[in-house]
Design a protein around this ligand. Structure first.
Ligand SMILES: [Zn+2]
Length: 191
């Protein structure tokens, strides 16, 4: 079943991994959580397992996702944050009931208020977005250099010069495009 849906892009920043569930926003958009069950799958992969998800909860999740995308994009280019996006992020953060739990192995995991509560998981994602947009974490918000993507991502590289939201997709595609452009300009070059 799952094979019929687009893969998830995995990242290590929860909020921007979440916004990455819609990719190629400026090209042919790819919706990676097309059904409530796919959101359940995505949440499980990201340590926020829930039992179920209703279509209304999926709508709420997508509303939060696009709000985080809008606010993070504004923050990346130092524009004022869109008020409606800020409102959605704050509402989701305030509605979620999740507790950070320290495991015996010294890791953090999230304990949701109830397993049927997608809202609790969204609260964790909203709080993660707030922490990166507020500049609380070590890193820099930037926009992907791929013209069809332009996703907001959180650059934690030492030099803060990362150009692409994802090296394996956008980064690779750009590199290939450059390689072919060079080949056309310089057909005899073996490089
Ligand atoms: Zn990208």
């Amino acid at each position: 079943m799952c094979a019929a849906f687009p893969d998830f892009r995995l990242g290590n920043v929860l909020a921007t991994s979440f916004t990455g569930t819609l990719s190629e926003r400026h090209g042919t958009a790819v919706e990676r959580v097309p059904t409530p069950q796919r959101l359940v799958d995505w949440l499980a992969v990201n340590g926020l397992a829930v039992d179920s998800c209703t279509p209304a909860q999926l709508d709420l999740a997508r509303e939060l996702r696009e709000s985080i995308h809008a606010a993070a994009t504004a923050a990346a280019v130092q524009d004022p944050l869109p008020a409606s996006a800020v409102q959605v992020i704050n509402d989701c953060s305030a509605q979620g009931r999740a507790a950070a739990i320290l495991t015996p192995e010294g890791k953090r995991r999230w304990q949701l208020g109830s397993a049927s509560c997608v809202e609790d998981a969204l609260g964790v994602i909203a709080a993660d977005a707030i922490s990166i947009i507020a500049g609380e974490r070590d890193g820099r918000l930037a926009l992907c250099a791929s013209p069809t993507c332009q996703a907001a991502f959180f650059d934690t590289s030492q030099s803060r010069t990362r150009k692409w939201c994802d090296m394996n997709t956008c980064g690779n595609r750009q590199k290939k495009a450059r390689f072919h452009a060079n080949q056309r300009r310089n057909p005899r070059s073996a490089e």
